[in-house]
Ligand binder design. Structure first.
Ligand code: 5AD
Ligand code: SF4
Length: 447
C-alpha cells in the first residue's frame, strides 16, 4: 500500500443484520468527526468501508469480489480508493484478508471499530493494520455523539451470544454476551430523541438477555430498561430485536400488556418445528415450549404481530421433520418471517455433521415454507383492513404526494396527503398487499 492523501469522502456499505447498520452509522460518525464527508450518490469515494456479514452463504468470496470491483473501477478512474474491511468477515478472516487482498489497508472487527480513526492515520502513511481485538465495553465509550438522526433509530444495548447454536457463527465473530450499562443507554436514547428519533429499536443478538442496574441500583432486565425509556418525552415507540426463547422473562411479557409505547410486535426465531432438529441445533427449546411462550404474549397483547426465523435443510433434516416446521407455521400464523437455506459455516459444529441435505431438497423445502409464510403474511395484512392506527412517517413514497411509514405492527403503510418525515398520522387501513398496505389519512396526530 502506498502513502496517500487524507481521504476527503467516504462510503460505508453495510451488509446483513440491523446491528451492522447501527455499527455502520457509528463508523460514519467517526469518519465525519475527522472531517471526512459522505461521497455524493453515484460518485466514487476516497475511502470505502465494507461492513461485512458472515452469517450465511459465500460471504467471504463476496468480500473479495467487492474488493476486486473497487480496485478495478478505481484503476479505471485513475485513483484507487482506500479500503477498510469491517464486520464479521473481518473478525473471522483477519490477517487472511491482508494476505489475499493487498488493496485493503484496514481490517477491523465489530468490537474494535472505535479504533478506525487511528488505523486511518496509519493507512495514510502507508501502514496497513488489522484489529480484531474484543475489548469489553471500550468501544461505545469512545464513539462520538450523534447529531441528526432519522425518525426511526437503532440503539445497540447488548452484543454477542453465548448460545452456540450449532449452525451459527455469531458466538465466534461477535464474542460473548455483554450488556451495555443502563445509564449509558438511557443517555444515548435521550440524545437520539433530541436528534429527531421518534422510534427506537433496541438491538442485540440476544436482546432479551440484556441485564443491568437501574438508577436506583436495582437489577433489571430488558423490561426495566424499556419502562425507563418509555418515560422519555418525545419518544413515541419502542421495539426490540432479536430475542431468544430461553431468555424470555415474565416481566418482558407483562410489559407488552402495560407499556403503551412498546409496539405490538415480537421477533422470536424458532428455526425449526422438529424437536429432534432443534436438539441437534442446540436450541434448548422445543416446538411445544415455543408455542406456549407465544400464547403468553397473545394473552397480554391479543393483536401482537409475530415474526420468526427459520432454517430449512439443517444436516439430517428429514421430510417428516420439515413437515413439522410447516405444521408449526400453520399453528402460529406469523405476520412476517425470515427463512433461509442452511449454509455450513466454517468452524461451527453443524458444518462437520453427516447427512448434509442436498441443494435441490433445500430449494424445494424453502419454496414450500416461503409459500406458507407468504400466505400468512398476506392474511395478516388483509385482516388489518378496516382498522385505524398510527403511522410514523419515514420517507416519501414513489408517487408525488405519497408518504411511507410503519404501522404499530411493523407493516409498511403508504398514503397520500399532507405530511412530513417524522410526523405521526392516524390512518384507516384501506387495502392490503403482501408487503404493504394503503392507508387513508384521518388526522395528523403529532409532528
Ligand atoms: N445457515 C442458514 N441460516 C442461518 N442463520 C444463522 N446461521 C445460519 C446458517 N449457518 C439464520 C438463523 C438466524 C438468522 C439471523 O440467520 O435463522 O436466526
Ligand atoms: Fe446464533 Fe443461536 Fe446466538 Fe442466535 S442464539 S446468534 S442463532 S448462536
Amino acid at each position: 500500500m502506498h502513502k496517500s492523501d487524507i481521504p476527503k469522502t467516504y462510503r460505508v456499505k453495510s451488509f446483513g443484520c440491523q446491528m451492522n447498520v447501527y455499527d455502520g452509522e457509528r463508523m460514519a460518525e467517526l469518519l465525519e468527526a475527522k472531517g471526512i464527508t459522505p461521497a455524493p450518490e453515484g460518485e466514487a469515494a476516497d475511502l470505502v468501508v465494507l461492513n461485512t456479514c458472515h452469517i450465511r452463504e459465500k460471504a467471504t468470496e463476496k468480500v473479495y469480489s467487492d474488493i476486486g470491483r473497487l480496485v478495478k473501477s478505481g484503476a479505471e478512474a485513475g485513483k484507487e480508493p482506500m479500503i477498510a474491511v469491517a464486520g464479521c468477515v473481518a473478525q473471522a478472516e483477519g490477517e487472511e484478508i491482508m494476505k489475499r487482498a493487498p488493496a485493503v489497508g484496514m481490517v477491523v472487527g465489530p468490537q474494535a471499530y472505535h479504533r478506525l480513526p487511528a488505523m486511518l492515520d496509519r493507512a495514510v502513511k502507508g501502514e496497513r493494520s488489522t484489529d480484531t481485538d474484543m475489548p469489553e465495553d471500550a468501544k461505545f465509550a469512545a464513539l462520538p455523539r450523534r447529531r441528526k438522526v432519522a425518525p426511526t433509530a437503532f440503539l445497540t444495548v447488548q452484543e454477542g451470544c453465548d448460545k452456540f447454536c450449532t449452525y451459527c457463527v455469531v458466538p465466534y465473530t461477535r464474542g460473548a454476551e455483554i450488556s451495555r450499562p443502563f445509564k449509558e443507554l438511557v443517555d444515548e436514547a435521550a440524545r437520539l430523541v433530541d436528534a429527531g428519533a421518534r422510534e427506537i429499536t433496541l438491538l442485540g443478538q440476544n436482546v432479551n438477555a440484556w441485564s443491568g442496574e437501574n438508577d436506583l441500583g436495582h437489577a433489571v432486565g430488558l423490561d426495566g430498561l424499556i419502562r425507563s425509556l418509555a418515560a422519555l418525552p418525545g419518544l413515541q415507540r419502542i421495539r426490540y430485536t432479536t430475542s431468544h426463547p430461553n431468555d424470555m422473562s415474565d416481566g418482558l411479557i407483562a410489559a407488552h400488556g402495560e407499556v403503551e409505547k412498546l409496539m405490538p410486535y415480537l421477533h422470536l426465531p424458532v428455526q425449526s418445528g422438529s424437536d429432534r432438529v432443534l436438539k441437534a441445533m442446540n436450541r434448548s427449546h422445543t416446538a411445544g415450549s415455543y408455542l406456549k411462550l407465544l400464547d403468553r404474549f397473545r394473552k397480554v397483547r391479543p393483536d401482537i404481530a409475530l415474526s420468526g426465523d427459520f432454517i430449512v435443510g439443517f444436516p439430517g433434516e428429514t421430510e417428516a421433520e420439515f413437515e413439522d416446521t410447516l405444521r408449526l407455521v400453520e399453528q402460529v400464523r406469523y405476520a412476517h418471517a425470515f427463512s433461509f437455506k442452511y449454509s455450513p459455516r466454517p468452524g461451527t459444529p453443524a458444518a462437520g455433521m453427516n447427512h448434509q441435505v442436498a441443494k435441490e431438497v433445500m430449494d424445494d423445502r424453502l419454496q414450500r415454507l416461503q409459500a406458507a409464510l407468504g400466505r400468512d403474511q398476506l392474511a395478516f395484512n388483509e385482516a388489518s383492513v378496516g382498522k385505524t392506527c398510527e403511522v410514523l412517517v419515514e420517507r416519501k413514497g414513489k408517487l408525488p404526494g405519497q408518504w411511507l411509514g410503519k404501522s404499530p405492527w411493523l407493516q409498511s403503510v403508504f398514503f397520500e396527503g399532507d405530511a412530513e418525515i417524522g410526523d405521526t398520522v392516524r390512518v384507516e387501513l384501506a387495502q392490503a398487499g403482501p408487503n404493504s398496505l394503503k392507508g387513508r389519512v384521518l388526522e395528523r396526530v403529532a409532528a
